[in-house]
Every structure is written in structure tokens, then in C-alpha cells.
Unconditional design. Structure first.
Length: 114
């Protein structure tokens, strides 16, 4: 049976929609069940080190550093397991400030930016 041009176009569009639907379903399956992104390995390392008493809890460190930043906005942090340090990131105006903190003692060990 010969297909007319509109029928071939309709079949092609059906397969494109099907492929898109399958890709979208696979993307949704890759998201964790609770809707949050999966934890990063550095978070697991910080959690384990805090539980074992090797480093101070991050909340304690953050609450200790933020008041010293003179109103700069807190952006986030990273944990370096190798050196047991946190790098806290702040923004003041158009400048980014990085503050390095020894996670074992909570002492500020470095700072860059204004």
C-alpha cells in the first residue's frame, strides 16, 4: 500500500513524539525519589568526619564566620577532605570573597577577595 505524503509526515511525527516522551521519562527516572539532587561525595565525607569527631559541625563553623564578614552575603561552601578545610564563599557588591577555615578547629586560615 502506498502512503501519501501527509501520512508519511504523520508517521514521522508520531515517532519523534514517542522518542521525546521516552527521553523525558528516562530523565525523570534519573532524579532521586524525593526530588532533590543526589549528595556529592564531599558532603558524605564531611558528614562522616563530623560524626567521628574529626571535624567540627559545619553549622558551628558557618555561624562563627558569617558575623566576621561585615554584611557580605553568604553564597555557599565546599569541603576539602584531603586538607580538612571548608571554603566559604561570600559576595560583597560585585566582589567574591573566599574564606578558608580549618574544619578541625574552626579557625580561619586564609581569605581572598575584598
Amino acid at each position: 500500500m502506498a502512503y501519501s505524503r501527509p501520512a508519511l509526515y504523520a508517521d514521522t511525527m508520531y515517532f519523534h513524539r514517542l522518542a521525546f516522551t521516552l527521553c523525558a521519562a528516562l530523565a525523570l527516572l534519573s532524579v532521586s525519589a524525593d526530588g532533590r539532587e543526589p549528595r556529592r561525595p564531599e558532603q558524605d565525607a564531611a558528614y562522616s568526619a563530623t560524626r567521628s569527631g574529626d571535624i567540627r559541625p559545619f553549622g558551628e563553623i558557618r555561624e562563627r564566620v558569617i558575623p566576621r564578614m561585615g554584611g557580605a552575603s553568604y553564597l555557599g561552601s565546599e569541603f576539602d577532605q584531603g586538607s580538612s578545610t571548608y571554603r566559604l564563599k561570600f559576595m560583597r557588591g560585585d566582589s567574591v570573597i573566599w574564606v578558608d577555615v580549618d574544619a578541625r578547629t574552626g579557625a580561619i586560615i586564609g581569605r581572598s577577595g575584598r
